[in-house]
Design a binder for this molecule. Structure first.
Ligand SMILES: [Fe+2]
Ligand SMILES: [Fe+2]
Length: 266
């Protein structure tokens, strides 16, 4: 996992997964260095990952006050229980649905939960976080947030893009991607992660995106995209262009068997 700090108030914990035939998917968790520090998602739960140790490169885990779980998919929950132990004063920001989904495997301690719906705010001392359901998501519990002090948007799965190389998946910023590559990669991700956009009215979708445009974030920190600053027009245009796209169809059993056969010794 790579740790870097693209903004004075944000540390990125950048991990990635190589998905055959798809690319290298960035998997980012964050610390927002607010007066009351906020961890945003907790990475993968693979055995060789140690989220709390990695977090310690940027902050004493005991100082964490909030763990904003943007949604309870497994690429976001990896370190959550270890962090709850290491951060006794921290509470998990999630939704009723988020608590419910977590309860199907490892229930969250309810005295550590803080329920927050889209549109509601959280005071973290020197700034306010406003919950917002991003226009693209794969889980009904998803809530990202707008941050008031620096104008940052944490977008969860929205605006994700599997990259063409491991280097790009750990890039400092999307400035390293050409317009064409970013467009293709965002479209691929949307067709996989939000296949329901095939049935969405473009006007309605544009209205879901509009609050992001209106907020005009200084930075967008997505779980699955390198950090984005500067002009975001191409990111928004790519999201709009994905409306109506065909859902991704993965390899079937015949393809799997052909691939496995190719591995057999001659
Ligand atoms: Fe997800
Ligand atoms: Fe995700």
């Amino acid at each position: 996992m790579r740790t870097f700090r693209p903004h004075p108030d944000v540390t990125v914990f950048n991990d990635q997964l190589e998905v055959p035939g798809i690319g290298h998917l960035p998997i980012n968790a964050y610390v927002l260095h607010a007066e009351q520090p906020v961890v945003v998602d907790t990475g993968l739960g693979l055995d060789d990952r140690d989220f709390v140790r990695t977090l310690g490169e940027a902050i004493d885990p005991a100082d964490v006050r909030w763990i904003w779980l943007t949604h309870p998919d497994r690429d976001h929950t990896g370190g959550i229980f270890a962090l709850l132990e290491a951060a006794p004063n921290a509470r998990i920001v999630t939704t009723f649905a988020g608590v419910g989904i977590m309860s199907t495997e490892s229930p969250l301690p309810m005295d550590r939960v803080y329920l927050l719906n889209p549109g509601q705010t959280l005071d973290v001392g020197d700034r306010t976080l406003t919950g917002f359901r991003p226009p693209l998501f794969d889980n009904p519990a998803t809530v990202g947030f707008f941050e008031s002090k620096s104008g940052i948007f944490f977008s969860s799965d929205c605006f994700g893009a599997p990259m063409g190389s491991a280097d790009l998946a750990s890039a400092d910023s999307i400035g390293e991607l050409s317009d064409d590559e970013l467009a293709g990669r965002q479209l691929l991700w949307t067709s996989i992660d939000s296949p329901w956009v095939q049935a969405v009215d473009p006007t309605i979708f544009a209205s879901w995106l509009q609050p992001v445009r209106d907020f005009d974030p200084s930075w967008i920190f997505s779980t699955h995209l390198p950090p984005a600053s500067g002009d975001k027009t191409r990111i928004y245009d790519n999201a709009l262009a994905a409306v109506g796209c065909s859902p991704f169809v993965g390899p079937d059993q015949a393809a799997l068997e052909a691939m496995l056969a190719s591995f057999e010794p001659v």
